[in-house]
Design a protein around this ligand. Structure first.
Ligand SMILES: *Cc1c(COP(=O)(O)O)cnc(C)c1O
Length: 371
């Protein structure tokens, strides 16, 4: 009675749409956080032949991909301070590395596993998250070069991440990135790959595609910008969330609805109960504002969204148990968009899809036939 429909065909199509925009750069598809709620293993399995790289935050996510038979290169970049890197090196996971201390442990792991570790050095060009500061960058490069000469690591790539604060801030980061790359070259270290932009930077700065782009939200068919919809970029939202009406009842005028009575009926009316709540990832802050579609018509969730359920006031419309309820879908004919729900909940489309889960069942459409 609660389904997340994931259109794998749309995901493939979005990948091709984005490939055409990035001027021949390789594409890393970011599948962290359960592929932004779309299901990491089905998405990665579907795209394994079509990507150049997969990207995840944690090594555990990367190991899960390998255990499921994913063969594409996988980069993981956010590490436990006690990480030994042995399992990662053993499973041929590329490692985003930000400090000499991490690099030392990676080199130890390479010795133990008798296998070269594949390393992407991360430089902080201004975001202020992970990555070596510009001051620490030469030292990180120097020790990477030394380990490379010892045959313990392959320096696969240099990378960084934009803050997307303003065009000026991003352009400054792009300059600092160029500088960091040439500084590394002066110190005797060259990389196969340079990668900087995520979905937003890849759409905004063609000059910054370098050798690879890292795409998350655009692959799932959503716009990285709150002031531009995905259709402007030819992207198709891949997730549709549906449920069903489980109960209806006629009530008199003046009936309070759900916790806190944010809504009281203004006339005799029909209330319809839908079994989706904040446990499923529906933002509680979207109470009052969010709309859903039932039988092609929009209704406000005018009362408080609870843990397991919400109520809509459908007036005198013929709505009955079993009628499908669309929380969001790929276009206005189907129902509200993820972007509309995000605005209603005072959040962003990334957060809405990523948190969708709870008791929803994911169902996959347009899955490739197994060969
Ligand atoms: C999540 C993430 C991405 C993907 O970002 P999108 O905006 O979803 O394209 C790229 N790079 C890094 C380092 C990330 O953490």
């Amino acid at each position: 009675m609660r389904d997340l429909w994931i259109d794998l065909g749309a995901i493939s199509q979005n990948l091709e749409t984005m490939r055409a925009k990035v001027s021949g750069a390789k594409v890393m598809v970011v599948v962290k956080a359960n592929a932004y709620g779309h299901g990491m293993l089905p998405v990665a399995t579907h795209l394994d032949d079509a990507v150049d790289f997969f990207g995840v935050a944690d090594i555990d996510e990367a190991l899960e991909l390998r255990a499921a038979g994913i063969e594409s290169p996988i980069l993981a970049w956010l590490h436990d301070p006690n990480e030994t890197f042995e399992a990662a090196v053993d499973a041929d996971i590329d490692l985003g590395i930000a400090t000499v201390e991490q690099l030392n442990r990676v080199a130890e792991a390479a010795k133990t596993c008798r296998q070269k570790a594949r390393v992407h050095l991360k430089v902080d060009t201004g975001l202020g998250r992970n990555g070596a500061s510009l001051a620490d960058w030469p030292q990180l490069v120097t020790s990477a070069r030394a380990y490379a000469e010892l045959g313990l690591i392959d320096t696969v790539a240099v990378f960084s991440h934009l803050s997307s604060t303003s065009e000026q801030d991003d352009l400054e980061q792009i300059q600092r990135f160029d500088h960091a790359v040439s500084e590394a070259k002066d110190l005797g270290l060259e990389f196969y790959l340079r990668h900087l932009t995520a979905s937003d930077g890849s759409l905004n700065y063609p000059q910054a595609h370098y050798d690879m782009v890292r795409l998350g939200v655009a692959i799932y068919g959503l716009s990285p910008f709150s002031d531009h919809g995905s259709a402007e970029y030819g992207l198709v939202p891949a997730m549709t969330a549906t449920s069903v009406v489980v109960q209806t009842k006629r009530v008199a005028a003046g009936h309070g609805v759900s916790y806190g009575y944010l809504h009281r009926t203004s006339a005799e009316t029909t209330l319809a109960l839908v079994p989706v709540g904040y446990a499923e990832g529906l933002p509680r802050d979207a109470s009052i504002w969010a709309e859903v579609a039932v039988n092609g018509k929009r209704y406000r969730i005018s009362s408080r969204i609870a843990m397991d359920q919400f109520v809509i006031d459908v007036g005198d419309d013929e709505v009955k148990p079993g009628d499908q309820v669309v929380l969001f879908g790929p276009n206005a004919e189907v129902g509200p968009s993820v972007d509309e729900l995000a605005r209603a909940g005072d959040t962003i489309n990334y957060e809405v899809v990523t948190r969708m889960g709870g008791r929803f069942k994911r169902r996959y459409l347009n899955q490739k036939a197994k060969d």
